[in-house]
Ligand binder design. Structure first.
Ligand code: PRP
Length: 182
């Protein structure tokens, strides 16, 4: 499929991401220091790079699981519907859970997933997102940990895509279109 030409300007370097993850992992390891085993739940697909780096910094016994959700705009009701495409493999009932997301935009995905996972009765559940775009928020949702707050820019890399491209960039970049229209 043809796409508008664009270049990617670096917004957050791989080094800055690594340093921030080290710091966050230390905090998370303290909060859950008494856990038997933390279930780290990655939201596919965007979180796959973040979760891989994050779990390697956690000084805790961990188990990794994944969930896939997607949100759809509903123009008629100007609302968004979030659907779960792939559920967890394991059980989280009575267990400690950390939900890992790449970016919070409108907030619908994480708010819905959080509500959904609560119905499975975890013991303690916390959420972390690498990026947060507060300017775009439509539902009131606050993650327990945020890597970086960013302006309302079109970002890619470190797991985040633009039409399924650029997930493999080691840093976070912002898309700048090089044709006339903004
Ligand atoms: C993106 C991103 C978050 C969600 C955030 O996922 O990875 O999951 O949107 O948006 P929201 O806060 O407005 O709900 P996407 O549905 O593009 O899927 P992907 O993770 O597979 O790229």
């Amino acid at each position: 499929m043809p796409h508008r030409p664009y270049v990617i300007d670096e917004l957050i370097s791989a080094k800055a991401i690594a340093a921030r993850i080290e710091h966050l992992a230390r905090e998370i390891s303290q909060v859950f220091e008494d856990t038997d085993k933390l279930v780290v739940v990655g939201l596919l697909r965007g979180s796959f790079v973040f979760i891989a780096d994050l779990v390697r910094e956690l000084k805790l016994p961990v188990e990794v699981d994944f969930l896939e959700a997607s949100s759809y705009g509903n123009a008629m009701e100007s609302s968004r519907e979030v659907r779960i495409f792939k559920d967890l493999r394991g059980t989280i009932e009575g267990r400690d859970v950390l939900v890992v997301e790449d970016i919070i935009d409108t907030g619908h995905t994480l708010a819905h997933v959080n509500d959904y996972l609560k119905t499975k009765h975890p013991a303690r559940m916390k959420t972390i997102a690498l990026l947060d775009k507060p300017a775009r928020r439509e539902v009131d949702f606050k993650a327990d940990w945020i890597g970086f707050e960013i302006p309302d820019e079109f970002v890619v890399g470190y797991g985040i895509d633009f039409a399924q491209r650029d997930r493999n960039l080691p840093h976070i970049g912002k898309v700048r279109f090089t044709d006339d229209a903004k």
